[in-house]
Design a binder for this molecule. Structure first.
Ligand SMILES: Nc1ncnc2c1ncn2[C@@H]1O[C@H](COP(=O)(O)OP(=O)(O)O)[C@@H](O)[C@H]1O
Ligand SMILES: [Mg+2]
Length: 239
């Protein structure tokens, strides 16, 4: 067994005297997709922000490749690509210009061919490459953001509700892309409230409720996690 790439070890996060995460532990190994499911306010985004070093745990540790992100913040810059809940790209720039701009901020040099390859990989239609993002659908923006994440060559991806607002076809495409990235060795933590999609792509699903992990489901060898079982657990106690 290899060491986990992503591991939360008894994480507690509070803001003021409000506890937001309580004793949260999970791991994901290289090439795995871990999905955290939970309703609004469950603590999903807080979990990601803690791994990005944007929130400080009051106890426990968030570790990437065996390094505590609080003590080794460089690991985040070097190894992580993050897709926030609302994609931060510029409407007045086209896909290629956006990618170029954000890569330059990250200090990455990529050729036109590299960028074209990434846009092809995410299946953004070539006729859109030179179109300003303001006329893009959410799915097209999301694809652009994923292409950017790919070009950052990050082995670890954090995705915050990447499929919310996408239509079912776009969700399927997105999930296919995630599976493909994982099969190429990326380790992915995505948070979502899409149970069905999570069961499709995830090797492991953690269920967050009021800041606590109340369930953990592992995919069987070469199979998917049973959406019905997760749905039951998700809605249990909420009705
Ligand atoms: N900076 C903050 N200050 C105060 N409360 C916060 C802060 N960030 C998150 N929270 C609270 O923590 C809880 C979890 O938030 P969040 O992680 O954004 O949930 P989710 O992403 O699952 O919807 C919510 O009750 C939210 O109001
Ligand atoms: Mg959130």
């Amino acid at each position: 067994m290899t060491d986990p790439v992503i591991s939360a070890d008894a994480l507690h996060v509070s803001v003021g005297n409000k506890t937001i995460l309580k004793n949260v532990s999970f791991t994901a190994r290289r090439g795995e997709v871990l999905a955290l499911l939970g309703g609004n306010g469950a603590g999903k985004s807080t979990t990601i922000k803690t791994f990005l070093g944007l929130m400080t745990p009051s106890a426990g540790t968030a570790n990437l490749l065996g390094q505590n992100v609080q003590l080794q913040p460089d690991i985040v810059r070097q190894k992580v690509a993050y897709l926030p809940e609302s994609v931060m790209l510029y409407g007045h720039l086209n896909a290629v210009e956006n990618i170029r701009y954000f890569l330059s901020l990250a200090g990455k040099e990529k050729t036109d061919d590299d960028i074209a390859l990434a846009l092809k990989k995410v299946a953004l239609q070539p006729h859109a490459w030179q179109t300003r993002l303001q006329s893009y659908s959410k799915g097209m923006r999301q694809k652009t953001a994923i292409a950017l994440a790919l070009l950052r060559d990050a082995p670890i991806l954090f995705l915050d509700e990447p499929t919310s607002g996408l239509d079912p076809v776009a969700i399927d495409e997105f999930n296919g892309l995630i599976s493909q990235l994982a099969s190429q060795g990326a380790t992915i933590l995505m948070v979502t409230h899409d149970i069905y999609g999570a069961c499709h792509v995830a090797n492991r699903i953690g269920l967050l409720r009021h800041g606590e992990l109340v369930g953990m489901f592992d995919a069987p060898q070469d199979g998917n996690i049973d959406a019905e079982v997760v749905h039951q657990a998700f809605t249990q106690g909420l009705k």
